[in-house]
Write a protein that binds this ligand. Structure first.
Ligand SMILES: [Zn+2]
Length: 476
């Protein structure tokens, strides 16, 4: 559960060696950065990821919503990216991309229960090599150490992983993270804190009530995501809104513990010297496209996520509308390092120019998304009910082109005039679709061959894991 603790002596030696190398190579270690931001090695980094928290359910991105007062406060004091996107609509590929700066098909984490291979260099590894103490606290078994997600972490606490329909995890995540902060307060640290509660099943939190207005039948349904999906045709608008509000209670509940964690930073006197990055791995669908949950499409309900970067007194409060990706987090942090990464090709870009108040030199950035979710076979090799999902998408400005790779069908959406992505403009906008289609096909070239399109996924899962995956709606 908790991996081997690295000796502080080793870190001190690593720092000494690093400084010596930098000084030998021209000596800039004590000089300030030209953009006024601190060097990575002169601060701590706290990366908070909330599982399943779509941008449309967060107050700082949806004026009038009161779900997230603590996140909103963090956003008001820092840089808020209003158009941040995940690479994939579910946990494993999205977090693998965040941690490596590589697309899921480049990390190899595409399918359920794929292992994050040791050939990937994670943020924790990069920061550890730069002298940071590294600690992870996670609450989803799909990013557990046994799947390779602990690479580079001195400690990786999975004590908050719970079976969601029986328990809640945010208090445990908070306790473990606060204990790590206390333990590492005199060190230079990188902490990854992952909250899970907004993920299905949606549980009621009376102290954050948003559902008392509803008295209809859905209140008495079995709220397991797998059971809900069997009754989609029975869901009326009020019943759907009730489920959405139940989910928002979970977000409000989680936000409360994020507030406590940030208060702990304050209490320990670490706030002004800790770069806080807060985001989510993907969003959630509530019948916008006749589906509840996530994993099965690439609409903005699933890939548009919040992103806040905060360092009081050093990063000016700003609202940044440029489209950015979770792929950008790793290259951004490395761009702050005295020891930059020069022999690696990121799939993301550094956001430092934007954080330093400079406009980007170019517009029209292309952002890509992917999901490869093969249908399953049972132990006898017979396909289990349901079909696979193989989608790639590219967006530029307001446009998004989605390719159903298996069936070779395409759809185009204008997210300014049609934010819900309901009106397919492919036939009406050939001049927009054509270059995007060319870009997407080019992007797919070295990736789709590894997706297993059309094939059924044959996994040897232990019975307990299979039960959990079914319970969370990942498999049927
Ligand atoms: Zn997730």
């Amino acid at each position: 559960m908790v991996t081997v603790m690295k000796l502080p002596l080793f870190r001190a030696a690593a720092m000494t060696l690093l400084c010596a190398l930098i000084l030998t190579g021209g000596g800039c270690s004590r000089s300030p950065r030209e953009d006024g931001l601190p060097w990575l090695e002169d601060m701590n980094v706290l990366l908070i990821v909330v599982d399943t928290m779509g941008a449309g359910h967060v107050g700082c991105l949806e004026p009038g919503l009161d779900t997230t007062p603590n996140i909103d406060r963090l956003a008001a004091d820092g840089a808020l990216f209003t158009h941040a996107y995940s690479t994939a609509p579910w946990t494993q590929p999205s977090i693998s991309a965040l941690m490596t700066g590589l697309t899921p098909s480049h990390t190899g984490v595409l399918h359920l229960y794929d292992h994050l291979g040791a050939d990937n260099v994670t943020l924790a590894e990069r920061l550890s090599r730069r002298g940071f103490a590294t600690a992870g606290v996670v609450s989803h078994f799909l990013i557990a150490a046994r799947l390779g997600f602990d690479q580079g972490f001195d400690s990786y606490d999975e004590s908050a992983v719970v079976n969601h329909h029986r328990g809640i995890s945010s208090p445990k995540v908070y306790q473990a993270a606060a204990a790590d902060l206390q333990r590492l307060k005199d060190d230079r640290f990188f902490m990854f804190v992952h909250f899970f509660d907004p993920h299905a099943h949606y549980l009621h939190h009376p102290e954050f009530d948003r559902t008392s207005w509803y008295h209809g039948p859905v209140r008495d349904w079995d709220h397991k995501i797998t059971e809900l999906r069997k009754r989609l045709d029975e869901l009326d608008p009020d019943g759907t809104r009730y489920l959405r509000d139940l989910y928002r209670e979970e977000i409000a509940f989680t936000d409360h513990y994020i507030g406590m964690l940030l208060a702990k930073l304050d209490e320990l006197g670490l706030r002004d010297n800790t770069l806080v990055i807060l985001t989510a791995d993907h969003g959630e669908e509530f019948m916008e496209h006749h589906w509840i949950g996530h994993t099965r499409n690439l609409y903005d309900t699933l890939v548009h996520v919040p992103l806040v970067v905060s360092l009081p007194g050093r990063i000016d409060p700003a609202v940044i509308d440029d489209p950015v990706s979770l792929l950008d987090i790793a290259p951004t942090l490395m761009d702050l390092s005295r020891d930059p990464v020069e022999d690696f090709s990121w799939d993301g870009i550094s956001l430092i120019p934007r954080l330093a108040g400079r406009r980007p030199g170019r517009t029209g950035r292309l952002l890509y998304h992917e999901v490869a979710f093969p249908a399953r076979k049972d132990d006898a090799g017979t396909p289990v009910a349901g079909r696979g999902t193989f989608l790639a998408a590219v967006s530029r400005d307001q446009w998004k082109l989605i390719h159903d790779v298996e069936h070779d069908t395409w759809s185009l959406f204008d997210r300014v005039t049609d934010p819900g992505e309901h009106r397919d403009l492919l036939a009406e906008q050939p001049a927009v679709a054509s270059p995007l289609r060319r870009d997407l096909l080019e992007w797919e070239k070295d990736k789709v061959p590894g997706w297993g399109v059309g094939g059924a996924q044959k996994r040897t899962l232990d019975p307990e894991l299979e039960k959990r995956l079914k319970s969370l709606g990942y498999i049927r």
